[in-house]
Design a protein around this ligand. Sequence first.
Ligand code: GTP
Ligand code: MG
Length: 332
Amino acid sequence: MAVLGHVDHGKTSLLDKIRGSAVIEGEAGAITQHIGATAVPLDIISSIAGDLVDPDDFDLPGLLFIDTPGHHSFTTLRSRGGALADIAILVVDVNDGFQPQTLEALDILKRSQTPFIVAANKIDTVPGWDPNEDAPINDTYESQSERVRQRLDESLYEIIGNLSDEGFSADLYWRVQNFQRNVGVVPVSAMTGEGVPDLLTVMMGLSQRYMKEEMEIDVSGPGVGTVLEVKEEKGFGKTVDIVLYDGTIKEDDTIVVGGQNDPIVTEVRALLQPRPLAEIRTESRFENVDEVGAAAGIKVAAPELGDAMAGAPVRVVRDRDLDDVIEEVQAE
Ligand code: GTP
Ligand code: MG
């Protein structure tokens, strides 16, 4: 699941709130410069969402959050991040409204036909707002003064209007019956956590439905992914951080990775998994695993990765013809 939106509208903060850490503090000038990935287990989601999410209702292990940069110079990274996700959250600052990269993100979602919801973020900055830490939106909304509610309503309807100008039929999420046809807008604050239970509940619902359809696809097949970053790792040489969005990858698998020149054909030496809730970009303690299934963020150690490129495809060969796989990687 990708998180998209204009610079500073609160994408990273929203993820931080959910995973209870602070990647944003480690970022240069607090501007996200790479795509990140964080696995959030189902029990964490249900503990934040409270009564709204019952873990027994879901057969997903959790959600993989993909953070993307909002700064205008990162168009390609955004479109990669947006395109490799099953579903997305578009973050819009309630006071700032639609901005150039909001529109650009919408375009990416439109083109890749990715189902998404809108997080109308920073509701705590509505003048006069009375914060209720981590409360579901309905509870905190009811406790605001008439004036504050009106102000928030105005901002939300402006966002809904903007979405409709772009050809999306949108409404406040609790009025949406069919999330495939209509875009749900969830008011939230990454600062106070208000509305975050609602956001997670809607995301779980969406991904559950989406994944059910995806289950028809062979999830134990050879892995398919995208390179997030190429990095030197002590004891492993050049490694690639990837998002695996289909199939599995195993130790000793032959893989084909898009390179600066020709595709790289190599063999997986080690698979290094970040701990749950850790952001792959800042994680320092990885666990060595034999096999990983989609969707996951994973560091792959293999020889010859020096020429690998961020954004390039990664494919596991397994029992397929190597030349076919090389051709697929070249074609992407
Ligand atoms: P880029 O990665 O550069 O695109 O930005 P971003 O969308 O990840 O925004 P980020 O999370 O870095 O937040 C930008 C600023 O807004 C930070 O100073 C946050 O503390 C602040 N911020 C984010 N969400 C909220 C919110 O809900 N309320 C308030 N008051 N401030 C927020
Ligand atoms: Mg960010």
